[in-house]
Design a protein around this ligand. Structure first.
Ligand SMILES: [Zn+2]
Length: 96
């Protein structure tokens, strides 16, 4: 998604990302929640199909649409068998 610049009369300029088809003329200021007007600049378009842009979009999306998980993440150390399977060189080491 491209980045657009908005200007709050109190706090100054800030950037927000919106889909091209639905960019508003006004939005709420990120600091004081008052109305902020869009500043006409070139949309922050770059290589939108690159892996880096997809990662940035996915990271920004987690702020507003966090994934719902069904169980807590696994904690603790991985089993010794899993460690040996991840690196085959470890299987050649002497074992107690
Ligand atoms: Zn403001």
């Amino acid at each position: 998604m491209p980045t657009y610049q908005f200007r709050c009369l109190t706090c100054g300029d800030f950037d927000r990302t919106y889909p091209i088809a639905s960019v508003p003329d006004h939005t709420r200021c990120v600091e004081c929640d008052s109305s902020a007007r869009r500043v006409m600049t070139a949309a922050g378009l770059s290589s939108g199909n690159s892996q880096a842009m997809r990662l940035l979009d996915a990271t920004a999306r987690t702020a507003s649409e966090p994934r719902v998980v069904s169980s807590p993440p696994r904690s603790g150390r991985p089993s010794p068998r899993a460690v040996r399977a991840a690196d085959p060189r470890l299987s050649t080491l002497p074992r107690p």
